[in-house]
Design a binder for this molecule. Structure first.
Ligand SMILES: NC(=O)c1ccc[n+]([C@@H]2O[C@H](COP(=O)([O-])OP(=O)(O)OC[C@H]3O[C@@H](n4cnc5c(N)ncnc54)[C@H](O)[C@@H]3O)[C@@H](O)[C@H]2O)c1
Length: 327
C-alpha cells in the first residue's frame, strides 16, 4: 500500500478500542474504511468523530455469520481483523462464546478473504499465546502452553492463518499485542482493562485493587505504537515479512505498582486530591502470568518498527484524554 494510493481497508471490530483508533488513522490518510462490528463490546460513540466521513462505511454485522463476512470484504484491499471477545476472565466464565467469536468468526473471515482475493489479512494476535513459557523477553518462536480459553483461541488463529497462507496463498500477518492502552479504551464493565479501570477509579477517589502484591510486570503498549505496526504490516513489500507473527509492544516492562504510581502522579496534576487515594491489594487472578516482556527485534529488523511511546509517555497523553472525555 502506498499512502498516495487510495485503498479500501476493512477493519473488523472497528467500533472497539483498537479498531476505532485504526479507522480514524487510516481515514486520516485518505483511505476508504469499512467497519464491521456487532457492538457487543464496541460503542457507537467511538465512531462519532468520523461517522459522517464520506470515505467511511459502517456494516453492523457479526463475524460468526459468514454472509456478513462475505458482504464486508467485497472490493476490499486489506483487512485489519480486530473483532474478538477479549479478556481472560470472560473466556474462563464463558469459553463457548469466546470460541465461537474468536475461532469460528476468525475462520469465517479467512474464508471470506480467500474467496474475495484480498491482498493481505492482518490480524490481532495476542501475547497470551506465550502461555506458561518462562523466558524473558518473549521471542516469537518460543511459546508455552496456553493458560486460558482465550489464549487457546488466539493461538488457533495463528495456526489457521498459517494454513491459509500455505494452502490458499492468502497473505497474512499476525500482530501479538501486549497490554495495549490509550484513548477510547473502555473503562466500564466486568472485563475492563486495568489502565482505564484504574483511571476511572482514581478520578472518583476510589481505591484501585491490584491483584497480587503489585510486582507482576507487563509490557504496556500505547495505541500509537500499535497503529504503527498495523500500518507497517499492510505496507511491507518484503516477501520474508509476510505469513508470520510479530510481537507488538514497546519492549520494556513495568510492574503494576509502577503503573499505579505513574497514574496517581499524572492524574494529580489535574486534581491534587488523587495523590491521597490508597491502593488495595487482592488475590492473584486465575490465568495471569507473573511477567511479560516482548522482544521487538523481529519487528524492528524486518518491518522497521520504531515505537515512539514508552509507558510513561503514553500515559501522559492517555490520562489527559480520559480527563477531558470521562470526567
Ligand atoms: N487491548 C489489548 O490489550 C489486547 C491485547 C491483545 C490482543 N488484543 C486483541 O485486539 C483486538 C481488539 O481488542 P480491543 O482491546 O480493541 O477490544 P474491544 O472489545 O474494544 O474491541 C473488539 C471489537 O470487536 C467487536 N466484536 C466482538 N465480537 C464481534 C462479532 N461477533 N462480530 C463483529 N464484531 C465483534 C466488538 O463489538 C468491539 O467493537 C481483539 O482481537 C483482542 O483480542 C487486545
Amino acid at each position: 500500500m502506498k499512502t498516495s494510493t487510495q485503498n479500501t481497508i476493512l477493519i473488523t471490530g472497528g467500533a472497539g478500542f483498537i479498531g476505532s483508533n485504526l479507522c480514524e488513522y487510516f481515514l486520516g490518510l485518505g483511505h476508504k474504511v469499512i467497519c464491521l462490528d456487532n457492538f457487543s463490546t464496541g460503542h457507537r460513540h467511538n465512531l462519532k468523530d468520523f461517522i459522517s466521513n464520506s470515505n467511511f462505511k459502517l456494516i453492523e454485522g457479526d463475524i460468526r455469520n459468514s454472509s456478513d463476512c462475505a458482504l464486508a470484504v467485497e472490493g476490499v484491499d486489506y483487512v485489519l481483523h480486530q473483532a474478538a471477545l477479549g479478556s481472560v476472565p470472560r473466556s474462563i466464565n464463558d469459553p463457548i462464546t469466546t470460541n465461537d467469536v474468536n475461532v469460528t468468526g476468525f475462520l469465517n473471515m479467512l474464508v471470506a478473504c480467500r474467496d474475495a482475493k484480498v491482498k493481505r489479512f492482518v490480524y490481532a494476535a495476542s501475547s497470551s499465546t506465550y502461555g506458561d513459557s518462562q523466558g524473558l523477553p518473549k521471542v516469537e518462536d518460543v511459546i508455552g502452553k496456553p493458560l486460558s480459553p482465550y489464549a487457546i483461541t488466539k493461538y488457533v488463529n495463528e495456526l489457521y492463518a498459517e494454513i491459509f497462507s500455505k494452502t490458499y496463498g492468502l497473505e497474512t500477518i499476525g500482530l501479538r499485542y501486549f497490554n495495549v492502552f490509550g484513548r477510547k479504551q473502555d473503562p466500564k464493565g466486568a472485563y475492563a482493562a486495568v489502565i482505564p479501570k484504574f483511571v476511572m477509579q482514581l478520578m472518583n477517589y476510589e481505591s484501585p485493587v491490584i491483584n497480587g502484591d503489585g510486582n507482576y510486570s507487563r509490557d504496556f503498549t500505547y495505541i500509537d505504537n500499535v497503529i504503527q505496526m498495523n500500518e507497517l504490516a499492510i505496507t511491507t513489500q518484503k516477501p520474508e515479512a509476510i505469513n508470520t507473527v510479530y510481537n507488538t509492544a514497546f519492549g520494556d516492562r513495568n510492574t503494576l505498582n509502577n503503573l499505579v504510581e505513574y497514574l496517581k502522579k499524572y492524574l494529580s496534576e489535574f486534581d491534587p486530591k488523587i495523590a491521597d487515594v490508597e491502593i488495595v491489594y487482592g488475590a492473584n487472578r486465575a490465568g495471569d502470568i507473573p511477567h511479560s516482556l516482548a522482544s521487538i527485534e523481529k519487528a524492528k529488523t524486518i518491518l522497521g518498527y520504531n515505537p515512539k511511546y514508552s509507558l510513561q509517555e503514553g500515559l501522559k497523553v492517555a490520562v489527559s484524554w480520559y480527563w477531558d472525555n470521562l470526567k
